[in-house]
Design a protein around this ligand. Sequence first.
Ligand SMILES: C[S@@+](CC[C@H](N)C(=O)[O-])C[C@H]1O[C@@H](n2cnc3c(N)ncnc32)[C@H](O)[C@@H]1O
Length: 258
Amino acid sequence: MAETARPDPIGYLDDVAATRAGAGYKRYMLDSLEIRPGHAVLDVGCGPGTDLPALAEAAGPSGEVTGVDREPAMVDEARRRTAGLPGVRVLPGDAHALPLGAGSVDRARMDRVMMHLDDPARALGALRGVLRPGGLAAFAEPDWDTLAIDHPEVESSLAFTRFVAESANRNRAMGRQVPRLVADAGFEVRSVVNAAPVFRDAATAERVLHLRRNTARAVTAGYLDQDAAERWLAHLEGTGTFIATASFVIVVAANGAP
Ligand SMILES: C[S@@+](CC[C@H](N)C(=O)[O-])C[C@H]1O[C@@H](n2cnc3c(N)ncnc32)[C@H](O)[C@@H]1O
């Protein structure tokens, strides 16, 4: 549910969104936001526009949806994908200093963005600043230290998790920190859910966790030796009872009372 490898960032995000777990947590976030027709909705770190069409549908023709992303390639792709949706705009911008007016949005979401940020607390302050009083926000973040993949050689499994946690992104344990950071930013936390995906086949896990590529990188980085890596992959790809899971924390919060 996050970046474990970045050879093709847009393809990766599409692959994750297409998994059952990906579609399920995104639906949960959408429902939790209770978007009504006419709402102004913000998606911070919108990527290639993955969620913008669903947000636009919920906000209806009188609503408006704004996607913000700092990567020009993401902004371009999100604009391309939403070109036919009149209520949607996509702006280049930084989550730490959002290009929107104070109190100008009714609903906001941030989906696997805080794990990348230099200063998640400052970004939450910026988000609260643009959310109207009583507005709702939803956040989803993985917790890479909790990645657990079943394997008879538990040390290999732990070494793979350590490699992914230490190399995948800036804030490796963001999932568990979201409720505290959101509360410290002045939001009222409404719910905290662990939507941990459970991957039961190596092929799906490969699309999200890049088992082969990350195992090779873990060997290069000294986390696993070559023999252990070969046994690790041979078992994962040959077993009939594959299991991989990791905490994925979803927080819904309000900017004070409605
Ligand atoms: C894991 S992707 C998630 C994309 C999208 N939310 C989704 O679920 O498909 C993280 C996104 O956050 C963006 N991002 C990272 N740091 C950012 C920042 N400081 N300001 C705005 N966007 C940022 C990245 O460019 C990327 O598109």
